[in-house]
Ligand binder design. Sequence first.
Ligand SMILES: Cc1cc2nc3c(=O)[nH]c(=O)nc-3n(C[C@H](O)[C@H](O)[C@H](O)COP(=O)(O)OP(=O)(O)OC[C@H]3O[C@@H](n4cnc5c(N)ncnc54)[C@H](O)[C@@H]3O)c2cc1C
Length: 443
Amino acid sequence: MRVAVIGAGIVGVTTAYELAADGHQVTVFERRGTVAAEASFANAGVVAPGYVTPWAAPGMPGKVLRMLLARHAPVRLRPTLDPATLGWLWRWWRACDPAVWRERRQAMLGLAQFSRARLHELVARLKLDYERRDGYLVLLRTAHDLKLARPGLKALADAGVRFHLVDAARCREIEPDLNPETPLHAGIHLADAEVGNCRQFAHLLRNEAQRAGVNFVFHTEVDRIEPGTRPRVVRRSVVVGEATRLSQADDLFDATRPLADDGADDSFDAVVICAALGATALLRPHGLRLPLQPVYGYSITAPLRQHHGHPDHGPQAALMDERYKVAISRIGNRVRVAGSAEIGGPAERMNPASLDTLYKVLHDWFPGAAHLSQMQRWKGARPMLPDGPPLLGASGLEGIWLNLGHGSSGWALSCGSARVLADVLGDRPAAVDLRGLTPARWR
Ligand SMILES: Cc1cc2nc3c(=O)[nH]c(=O)nc-3n(C[C@H](O)[C@H](O)[C@H](O)COP(=O)(O)OP(=O)(O)OC[C@H]3O[C@@H](n4cnc5c(N)ncnc54)[C@H](O)[C@@H]3O)c2cc1C
């Protein structure tokens, strides 16, 4: 089949690769000059299936309201809330119902576990080096933090996720450079979880996809789709600025080389929308109003101080400061600190208070480990549906398929989502239970 993929974030790249591996002739349209230039650019890189869970959960509305008042609040509501955002918050609140949460959590966990297995298969087969490291340690500063984490531990155990509740001394063995002066009560260690450079993986897989025949058409915005037996994409050339907010040290790749267009024919046998937030404008004219909302987050990334070519101090793998919901990741010889969930407000404006929290957490746990003067800051938009899981499968519009809305876990879910999409498009059974994952739930 001739298949068009719209969007070349981590979801679009993995989807294009899997479709090409199945023998389809694939063209990817991307408005940026390269892959992984938007939400997949500088995320925390954590792949921890046990922690892939809906943000809409029982008791969450009360927790969020209390968080809003704190100085280093993990969640922030910006004052410019519009009707779409308020509608999304209403749906989110309704999705906090325990029965909805249980079903969605099960769906996300199943997909995340399959996704990690698929990631490992690809890495073993293609020998991809994307600064991967094993382990995820959730830091609990006080006995109260542990008490708050208990229900989550029960959910992990019930789901059969392997983890160890460890004391502070063991945490400091796992992560020997943790600041001894910052109080630490306990930790949750997931040895099976991992961290890696999502953007680098996307670039490496793009190369493999090209080798398999995928044609990437950059600087090309799809304005309109026309469903049908031969669905069409209507597109135009654009120059959208590269993601310059985090460029220097991360710029390993030639981002601007324009690639050949696929010719004049713009009709395909199938169109797969992997455009994250860009999907709403493409689907709305056809009566499909998806409740997709940007939930902004930030990351700061800096090189670790080196001694004889090796970092002196710093994290070994990935950590999560549970109090502030901030991740600390080792990405090669750099440290990345990521967090904050901001709803509303302009995409281009960085909120100094959110960045302050990231600096504070870095300083609390790894003071002096990084070259702060070389810090790169980034703001990204998580493409979030109110109830958690992404939308995977047939859209209900003829010839149009969806793989989008991966929220806070798009990297952890990408390889599995791509394989599932390729299977259902090829009329084969999916490797995971699709309940709670198909677009039908928001139609
Ligand atoms: C601070 C932060 C930390 C995070 N940490 C993690 C983590 O540790 N682990 C994890 O799994 N996830 C994490 N995430 C979430 C993850 O980054 C996202 O879920 C993921 O990147 C989404 O991938 P995507 O391909 O769907 O979207 P994107 O990467 O945004 O890709 C969509 C692409 O579509 C293109 N596009 C849109 N519309 C059009 C159009 N009309 N025509 C052509 N092109 C178009 C865009 O230019 C873009 O390149 C984090 C996110 C943030 C913000």
